[in-house]
Design a protein around this ligand. Structure first.
Ligand SMILES: O=C(O)C(=O)Cc1ccccc1
Length: 334
């Protein structure tokens, strides 16, 4: 995968809510919250998406999103899914349950993991490994093969784990993290590129307070959360039908517990297209009619710039022509 190609599609447009800057003065740098501390993959994603931004490291993903809600940050960059293990559920749940935020951009970040330890440590010395759960699950084979007896402990972030390992008297022997974290925290790479697959990618999204949407580009993605009205046979099929009948391709579907009891779920959908396009708007309105609640999470340019194939009869022109036909019929102009 060509990283820069994907990164270059990040929209440059800033939805700045700051007032106009007087002539001769530099615009203030926007503040972007991210899962800290320095050296996380989230920080790498943020630097790629908004090189001009001031980074605000946060203790966890919900705190980064909360910094946007409170106005402490203009935006946050948070991981949403990875190509090996799927969803980052804490992010999905924050979108579904937290106060409304909008996704305004995305980035695909190729991710490589290293095993970092203090100088002098060797693989055979490592008994306690610490890292973010998303890193641990992507390095399962390495851990089982090379460190079968090691205890693996989850941490708030990869770089936080590396920082913990670097501290004198640390209870941990090694961290799984970005090689960059070795430089930041004075550690050495005991093993490099230890991911179960060497080509994993994490999708990050930029999150902002509700406001104007990014303009459609022709290669967009739309994200929504849908809560069922009631549990009945075919309820999921009915929701999927709203997309399929309008020729809309889904790019991700996830069920998450409603927290009301076993067997009760709500759904996250990502689909191709922009809510400004007739077929997508119509599908979301259809979902709204049949669901208890639909939370619109945003329409934003796709990082891979892939354009959807428009099925005959589902273009904006086809919708406009059909609406005009209906108007004529209703007026008796047969
Ligand atoms: O902990 C980090 O560095 C993060 O940014 C979260 C994460 C962990 C593993 C892969 C991608 C993102």
């Amino acid at each position: 995968m060509d990283t820069l190609d994907h990164m270059s599609n990040v929209p440059s447009r800033e939805r700045s809510r700051s007032s106009d800057v007087p002539e001769g003065q530099d615009a203030p740098k926007p503040t972007y919250a991210y899962l800290g501390p320095e050296g996380t993959f989230s920080e790498a994603a943020l630097r790629a998406m908004a090189p001009e931004a001031r980074g605000l490291p946060c203790v966890n993903i919900p705190a980064a999103m909360e910094a946007v809600r409170s106005g402490e940050a203009e935006a946050a960059v948070v991981p949403l899914e990875n190509s090996l293990e799927g969803a980052i559920t804490v992010t999905l749940d924050e979108f579904a349950w937290g106060e409304h935020l909008l996704i305004t951009g995305e980035l695909l970040l190729p991710v490589q993991f290293s095993l970092l330890a203090r100088e002098g440590m060797e693989l055979g010395d490592i008994k306690r490994v610490v890292s973010h759960p998303a890193a641990i699950t992507q390095c399962r084979n390495f851990l089982a093969r090379e460190l079968p007896d090691a205890v693996v402990i989850p941490a708030a972030s990869t770089a936080g784990a590396a920082r913990d390992v670097s501290e004198p008297g640390s209870p941990f022997d090694a961290a799984i993290a970005d090689p960059i974290a070795a430089e930041v925290y004075g550690l050495v790479e005991v093993a490099k590129n230890i991911g179960d697959r060497k080509d994993t990618v994490t999708r990050f999204v930029r999150v902002e307070r509700p406001g104007p949407l990014p303009e459609p580009t022709g290669a967009d993605r739309t994200s929504v959360v849908a809560f069922l009205k009631d549990d009945h046979p075919g309820a999921l099929l009915e929701m999927l039908h709203e997309f399929s009948v309008r020729g809309i391709n889904l790019t991700r579907i996830e069920s998450r517990p409603t927290r009301d009891g076993i067997g009760r779920y709500f759904f996250h959908f990502d689909c191709e297209g922009h809510i400004a396009e007739a077929r997508v708007g119509d599908a979301l309105a259809g979902l709204h009619r049949i669901c208890a609640e639909v939370r619109f999470l945003g329409s934003y340019p796709r990082a891979d710039a892939v354009q959807p194939k428009i099925k005959p009869g589902t273009s904006d022109e086809a919708f406009a022509e059909a609406a005009e036909w209906l108007r004529r019929m209703r007026a008796g102009q047969v």
